[in-house]
Design a protein around this ligand. Structure first.
Ligand code: NAG
Ligand code: NAG
Ligand code: NAG
Ligand code: NAG
Length: 333
């Protein structure tokens, strides 16, 4: 893989000054299940649910080209810093392959859904060492490192941690993934549950300094989340904002710091008229802000029941939920 690292370095050196971006506009959905039920403390005592593989062709047929597939760290490596459980990996990988095979230009985010924690303890801050954290990613790099349609979601929603130390952890894992030969796009996670709103003032000013051993920064995308309910928690059926101001501030920050790129990898709302309006307006803005905003993945389908408050899981008769039809589908790439 060293030759392709060299080729990519040459490519990004040539293209970066022109502001040309490699990755196409992305839009799609989270397919949850392997993350049921990781808590925000990084505790895990659940049982995995397999996202129905039929959903990938369903959504791809409507124009989706991005699927984020979360999983619990403890399922992939039952021992902290230990080897991948090949039985679980084979199940997870079958889902990843179903998503990739649903269309010719589909991207998958492999999402480590652990809030920067293992069983309550923070990575690099008294909990898992940076090397233990990097270990799962170098093993996944061995599996997925030559497929550029697979994006590495390094960590879901870090929160309540020391940001400068966290960004040092992010740099450590980026270096280890590249040392393992992987050339994939990497999603760099900030703080405050990957908040798009706090990114420009909290983690963003540090994350823009993370370097890529491949050269350039085209393969380092920032990972941001934003909900539309009153407390930005994504737990209420009603929406109170279209987030345009927050996202405009983020885009200005990205443009002023090297013309960088971010993905809104979680957003969503309930089956209400307020969310149909505001989510549609938000995703229209995201689509218009490409390439600084690469795209979005809505939370969530997969193994969620259609009755879950933020569900966009299709009904058993194959029909989509109104929120998907009215507020998401029109803004797919
Ligand atoms: C490995 O994964 C399989 C399938 O999910 C599971 O049944 C088994 O208990 C796991 N092994 C360990 C040690 O957790
Ligand atoms: C975060 O960690 C850095 C480096 O160890 C330290 O200098 C700084 O004081 C810490 N910040 C807070 C708010 O504790
Ligand atoms: C979002 O809401 C604001 C305030 O109501 C409005 O001015 C703006 O046009 C909306 N954005 C979009 C993309 O519709
Ligand atoms: C499919 O099921 C949903 C939920 O029960 C229902 O609202 C919708 O009308 C059904 N559509 C068709 C075409 O049967």
């Amino acid at each position: 893989m060293k030759y392709s690292t060299f080729a990519l370095t040459v490519l990004s050196t040539v293209l970066a000054p022109l502001g040309v971006t490699g990755i196409s506009r992305l839009g799609g959905v989270n397919t949850a299940g392997y993350d049921f039920s990781v808590s925000t403390s990084g505790d895990y005592s659940g049982t995995p649910s397999t996202p129905p593989s039929s959903q990938y062709a369903h959504f791809e047929g409507e124009g989706a080209n991005l699927f984020r597939i979360p999983f619990a760290w403890q399922l992939m490596t039952p021992t902290l810093g230990g080897t991948i459980n090949s039985t679980f990996f084979n199940e997870y990988d079958a889902t990843v392959q179903a998503a990739l095979n649903s269309g010719s230009n589909v991207y998958v985010i492999v999402d480590l859904h652990n809030y920067a924690r293992w069983n309550g303890d923070i990575i690099g801050q008294g909990g898992p060492t940076n090397a233990q954290f990097a270990s799962i990613w170098t093993q996944l790099a061995d599996q997925y490192g030559s497929n550029d349609q697979i994006i590495f979601g390094i960590m879901n929603e870090p929160h309540d941690l020391n940001v400068t130390e966290w960004v040092a952890t992010v740099q450590y894992v980026v270096n280890e993934i590249r040392n393992a030969g992987a050339t994939n796009y990497l999603l760099l996670p900030g703080s405050s549950y990957s908040s798009a709103e706090t990114f420009p003032t909290e983690a963003g000013p540090y994350l823009v300094d993370v370097t890529d051993p491949l050269g350039g920064t085209d393969y380092l995308l920032f990972d941001v989340h934003k909900y539309l309910d009153s407390d930005n928690s994504g737990t209420h059926a009603t929406c109170v904002t279209n987030n345009t101001e927050v996202l405009e501030t983020l885009v200005t920050f990205l443009q002023n710091n090297g013309n960088r790129q971010a993905i809104l990898s979680e957003t969503g709302g309930g089956e209400t008229s307020s969310c149909e309006t505001y989510l549609g307006e938000e995703l229209a803005y995201v689509k218009s802000a490409y390439p600084n905003l690469v795209g979005f993945s809505v939370w969530a389908a997969g193994a969620f029941d259609t009755s879950y408050v933020l569900s966009v899981t299709p009904y058993s008769n194959g029909t989509d939920q109104p929120l998907w039809i009215d507020a998401v589908e029109p803004y797919l790439p």
